[in-house]
Design a protein around this ligand. Sequence first.
Ligand code: WT7
Length: 643
Amino acid sequence: MQKYEPNSKTRKNAHIGSIEDYKKLYEHSINNPEDFWAEQAERITWFKKWDKIWEWDFNKANITWFEGAKLNACYNCVDRHVDAGYGAKTALIWEGNNPDETRNYNYNELLEKVQLTANALKNLGVGKGDRVCIYMQMIPELAIAVLACARIGAVHSVVFGAFAPDSLEARINDSECKVLITQDTGVRGTKNDIPMKSNADIAVKKTPSIENILVVKRTGSPIEMVEGRDVWWHNALASSDAECAPEEMDAEDPLFILYTSGSTGKPKGVMHTTGGYMVYTSTTHHYIFDYHPDEIYWCTADIGWITGHSYIIYGPMANRAVTMMFEGVPNYPDFGRFWEIIEKHKVNKFYTAPTALRALMKEGDKWPNKYNLDSLKILGTVGEPIKEPEWLWYHNIIGKEKCPIVDTWWQTETGGILITPLPGVTTTKPGSATLPFFGIIPELLDDEGNVLEGNEVEGNLAMQRPWPGMMRTVYGDHQRFFETYFEKFPGKYFSGDGCKRDEDGYYWITGRVDDVIIVSGHNLGTAEIEGSIGGHPSVAEAAVVGYPHEIKGNSIYAFVTLRTGHEITEDTRTEIIKRVRADIGPHASPEKIQFTEGLPKTRSGKIMRRILRNIASDNIDDLGDISTLADPSVVSSLVDERI
Ligand code: WT7
């Protein structure tokens, strides 16, 4: 395998100048973690410093960082830059779905809008600790709403704008949000009337905690406004006071909740707190994107996911970056859109997902070749393993062989990047996330929890110690936090991923080892999809697995048994797909549905997904041990009838 040496031009100016410097600082971070994190915490402005750097007990899933400290996340992202004289500098560049729509906010303007919004929320009775649900497309008001919540100490829960009303409802109810912020309708690609407000209306029929809906006018399409409950954003801001002092928050006060799919049951409300998260996102953004003042930084993620929280808003803005936000999609109006935007805004740092690269690579080099991509300095990827072909395309065609690629491994739960190359520092190998970030001790464990020492080993990826940005609990269910991440391997944080360490000590993520499927970089729980399919009146039982897909990384394969007397018709198939789209969202709909008489179960009734995964992936020569099945004969018909 070819290795790619760090680029000397990047190195000259980089925050970390060599692999030796990385190793030195890494050792320091591991041997003197309290000193290291106290030093990094200097990049945050604290109203009061901490009493204690960290305290943790993985056996109880208790973790605190910077206990006793006071700060405000919004103040750190906005006010202090204005105070330091950078008010006229660009903070946010928004690129609309249609190429002629661009809006820029400098830090003065952002501060003005955020304060008005914060006061508008206060006028609706939102205070410190209250939960606010944000259900929007990628418009500037989404970032403003997030920062406004942080300003007043309200806990935001952003729900990705493609989620269906039922999913929105479940998320609002789980954390009992008081206010919902949405928009009239949304535009994305060729869709120009995505029903945001009307989806919200359906959801709030069954969310007793919602008192008001704040509605941004994006398209002007007609929507219903309920008197006394629904408030236009522009009206609310027009009658708000201009000044709103940032709330002094404890380091361990919740900053936000973000729902992620679990391997069982309902989605988990991943809860992040304030101090550690701000230190971790700003530190990682600084080093991993080697961010320097005035550089144009663009992360293409949606703010509905953790990548948008940590690396569009909090990390970059704490570092006074020029951060970009894009409303559209990579193939609208054509497959050159990303590259056109890079040329237009002279983007320096670009962070996207392997699935987008695969989709764009397929369309040929002519699209990127139409544009001037000389401004690019560093390229990043996140969300799923990147394979060699798209890595090479990214390196050669987009980066013109001069831009280091940072393949960043992390999770909603980790809050920030844990395993990654550093640009100009780390020799890269296509497909490897390479080495741990400062303070991180990855461990590979066998299924019994034994630590696999040395190189050339493969096992379950766990972390030996906490880091400041990690989640603190599952909202309302600390026991579930413990059981999901700390029970299987006592004393460690278990990621749910498999991983190997190669001869150079480099980490290679091999994918999920639990019942989570990563589709186009979106985290989906099999249980949630199975629940939705199982709600169809003809369905007796469903089992959902992932299988490799050329563009999406993985796609969804559903094995479905029908109730006795119910016939399989084309309608059943369409209805099932419709149901999943309506219950969860289009991103969760199964690509393949195989109707079957029976599912492979153990004598205790547990579905053996390993077998189904092999069938779905066409690995039929080695299905694995089927002797523990209650009825091994179901396997042969499953194999014969596979799609
Ligand atoms: C899962 C977490 C982190 C933000 C986006 C996804 C997979 C993530 C990589 C990578 C291989 C990766 C893992 C992880 N993943 N980054 N660089 N290489 N796999 O957040 O939805 O919480 O999903 O995404 O399987 O566990 P998420």
